[in-house]
Design a protein around this ligand. Sequence first.
Ligand SMILES: Nc1nc2c(ncn2[C@@H]2O[C@H](COP(=O)(O)OP(=O)(O)OP(=O)(O)O)[C@@H](O)[C@H]2O)c(=O)[nH]1
Ligand SMILES: [Mg+2]
Length: 320
Amino acid sequence: MDKEAETAGQEKKRRAGFVAIVGRPNAGKSTLLNRFVGQKVAIVTSKPQTTRNRIQGIVTQPQGQVVFIDTPGVHEANSALNRQMMREVAAALEGIDVLLLMVDAIWALPHEDTLLLEKAKRFEGKTILALNKIDRIPKPKLLPLMDAFSKAFPFAALMPISALRGDGCEELLEEVFKNLPEGEPFFPEDQITDQPERFLASEIIREKAIQLTYHEVPHALAVIVDKFEETPKLLRIEVTMHVERDSQKKILIGRKGDMLKRIGTQARKELESLLGTKIYLGLFVKVMPNWRENPMQVRELNWHTQLEGLIEEQGKKEHE
Ligand SMILES: Nc1nc2c(ncn2[C@@H]2O[C@H](COP(=O)(O)OP(=O)(O)OP(=O)(O)O)[C@@H](O)[C@H]2O)c(=O)[nH]1
Ligand SMILES: [Mg+2]
């Protein structure tokens, strides 16, 4: 490298910023977040409305740092829980540098997605479209689809990807970096998420339960960690799994406790490997009738409000 090029290289400033990933339920947002981070930080299932909170995944590279914010799938809110989920989306959009809109290429039609494009209006010039699941559509369909989207909104870029297989994801990350302001990283370079292990534990348990159950159970389930205690020998986690009805409780527990055992074993194994420690996992099931319709109970069972509680508790302890 000649001297001039070397100096130019050194002068190249790092970029850093916040990027919200927004889209319909099941579009593949959490899959993409995990791929970028290189580790599971958000749970993924084949059922829509899996993610309920905003979750940060941090990517640090020599060229800078992107803080991605995964969000719940955008849909018409018809319960207190759904409204809370849409508030999470709105909160994720505050202060971002780039909006990453994700659509499922199998279903996507721009003129039917006014709800999403409406959100992008505020971020004109700073919105990138990721057309996901291109592994599932025939190639000749892709160009007309991209054409239709580029006519529907002035996107900064349109990127066809497969979050599942990785196609196009490096190019997408490059494009995101290009659109970020110059700046220094916000987080230490080894930090990959903002969520504590306690929340990750409740999410992994919820993921296993969603994958293994049916009827309304996946939607009616909320998992709360009651105890998260490290002892010299193992990590002791006790959780309560809230559902709305006795019939759902029966499904969740299963015949002779079969289902609960399967959920517990799968969750424990994954958590042991993620956290690198031996775990005792205690699962309890409780019925909280129609909690999704009740704003107070939704608050009680929502991660960010619990987090506020935990921080307050910690503050009090430190003060004592
Ligand atoms: N074929 C294919 N499937 C994908 C791709 N990306 C994600 N999926 C699948 O789509 C389903 C939903 O993925 P998620 O990442 O949970 O989707 P999401 O957008 O986070 O969904 P919500 O949290 O419900 O809003 C899962 O079964 C994924 O494996 C892809 O590129 N190709
Ligand atoms: Mg998700």
